[in-house]
Ligand binder design. Structure first.
Ligand SMILES: *Cc1c(COP(=O)(O)O)cnc(C)c1O
Length: 399
């Protein structure tokens, strides 16, 4: 538990776990899977208390507690639970809160794994779903007219950076008795705090910005203590257990989240501006741009616009491909949230595994490029992109 709500996020990331620090400034890694008890009474106490971290690894370890405390502070939550990956977190939440016959409302343009959870796995267990574009609130009242247990939001979303009004969705959902779960992976708590906007639960693929270095798979969910406890009890059954070393790596990553996000925000803004003004580039999707359809909303609910952006090369697939070949500071790789800049063509990454809402005309164009902008020096990234775009003139002319 933390008592650091009076501090700024950059301070919380470094001090929110002070209470659990013993001696060493950097926590030792408690790799043990089981913990000694002096007496039967102590054993029983360790085995039965909530969020126990000195009983058995699946229940929790000191490394889990420490990193969960930091995430909880950053999200302004009572408590957090860490899991072995983002999908482990959202699946555990779903299994904890839902039962056969329940209905969920999910946003169309969300992470493909989340779509698969709702559309494939939960469907097999008798949970029905309505999928709507939550960037337009018009459909929500209608979707909620079927009694709804859970509303799944991701904002900004992938790969078009659609922004959902978390306060408005939460307000409506609560009127219908539904719980609001926000995937805050892309914004991070540095740029956006969904719980303060009215959401009930926030989750992350901590594999992305929270870890930040493309070297650890982790997930987190944060919210009110009693709800997180319910999720923790399901976690004991699901068993998506984060390794202690990975918990330690995640904590190491979190220490610098605030400064990393500042650079991610600056770099993506600089590249988005360059792309907007470029003759070989079509639409640019970045919530920080004034022509983004939800720019005003983004500016009011976010304190920074993040490191992810997408854009369409006018020369189509050939130009997009050429660009990714030419960029020297961007690695063609899946994922986001790393110190390294990563670039992909969503049309290749997802093929047609993902069911886009054709009505929203959001189908992924072959020339769409997604850049997960890293924290390299801004000037170098700008120059690399300028040079990369120049190299695409022939492809653009041929299209
Ligand atoms: C990567 C990602 C996930 C899935 O998390 P894993 O850590 O890969 O299990 C969920 N949501 C978003 C937005 C992601 O980018």
């Amino acid at each position: 538990m933390t008592n650091s709500s009076k501090h700024e996020p950059g301070t919380q990331a470094i001090h929110a776990d002070d209470a659990s620090r013993q001696g060493a400034v950097v926590a030792p890694i408690s790799q043990a899977t089981t913990f000694a008890a002096a007496t039967d009474a102590a054993f029983l106490d360790a085995a039965t208390k909530s969020f126990t971290d000195d009983f058995y690894i699946r229940y929790g370890t000191p490394n889990h507690t420490q990193v969960a405390d930091v995430v909880a502070a950053l999200e302004g939550a009572d408590r957090a639970l860490v899991t072995a990956g983002g999908m482990g977190a959202v699946t555990t939440v779903a299994l904890a809160l839902l039962k056969a016959g329940d209905h969920v409302v999910a946003q169309t343009s969300i992470y493909p794994g989340t779509t698969a959870l709702v559309a494939n796995l939960l469907a097999r267990f008798g949970v029905t779903a309505t999928t709507i574009d939550l960037t337009d609130l018009a459909g929500l009242d209608d979707a909620l007219s079927t009694p709804t247990r859970l509303v799944l939001v991701e904002t900004p979303s992938n790969p078009f950076l659609g922004v959902v009004d978390v306060a408005a969705v939460s307000h409506l959902a609560h009127q219908h008795g539904a719980t609001v779960l926000v995937d805050n992976t892309i914004a991070t708590p540095i740029n956006q705090r969904p719980l303060e906007l009215g959401a009930d639960l926030v989750w992350h693929s901590a594999t992305k910005y929270l870890g930040g270095h493309s070297d650890v798979s982790a997930g987190v969910v944060a919210g009110r203590s009693d709800v997180i406890e319910e999720i923790w009890r399901t976690h004991l059954v699901v068993g998506s257990v984060l390794g202690p070393f990975d918990a330690w790596l995640l904590l190491r990553g979190l220490r610098t989240l605030d400064v990393r996000m500042a650079r991610h925000n600056d770099n993506a803004t600089a590249l988005a501006r360059l792309l907007c003004d470029h003759d070989l580039v079509g639409p640019v999707y970045y919530p920080g741009l004034s022509d983004h359809p939800q720019h005003e909303l983004a500016a009011s609910q976010m304190s920074g616009f993040g490191g992810l952006l997408s854009f369409e090369m006018r020369g189509g697939a050939a130009a997009a491909d050429r660009l990714l070949d030419t960029l020297t500071l961007s690695t063609r790789a899946a994922s986001l949230g790393s110190v390294h800049t990563l670039g992909t063509r969503p049309a290749v990454m997802w093929g047609d595994t993902r069911n886009y809402d054709a009505a929203a005309s959001e189908a992924v164009a072959p020339g769409l490029v997604r850049l997960a902008v890293g924290i390299e020096a801004t000037k170098d990234l700008v120059e690399d992109l300028e040079h990369g775009l120049d190299a695409c003139r022939d492809e653009a002319a041929g299209s």
